[in-house]
Design a protein around this ligand. Structure first.
Ligand code: ZN
Length: 90
């Protein structure tokens, strides 16, 4: 798998989505993520999940995120990685 001009793979994208949601990415990187999301439904799912999570956090908590919520995020991301690993040879 050696294609993509400047595009991120799934792992990179999921990681950067955090920064993306925080508005910490440059325009260039945001576009790269956007492009990946356009072509990768699993990442869109993850992104949607994260975006919603951010929204909830923004509304409910100002600074602190409950450990239980972080745990759910972590396991969701781990599961995502596992799924990608399983479908890697497809
Ligand atoms: Zn992806």
């Amino acid at each position: 798998m050696g294609s993509g001009d400047g595009a991120f793979d799934c792992g990179d994208t999921i990681e950067r989505i955090y920064h993306y949601l925080d508005g910490e990415l440059t325009e260039e990187r945001r576009l790269a993520i956007q492009q990946h999301l356009d072509n990768c439904p699993p990442c869109v799912e993850a992104y949607g999940f994260e975006a919603e999570l951010r929204h909830v956090i923004a509304n409910r908590c100002h600074d602190q995120v409950p450990d239980s919520l972080l745990d759910r995020v972590r396991s969701a991301l781990l599961e995502e990685e596992r799924r990608q690993g399983l479908s890697d040879t497809g």
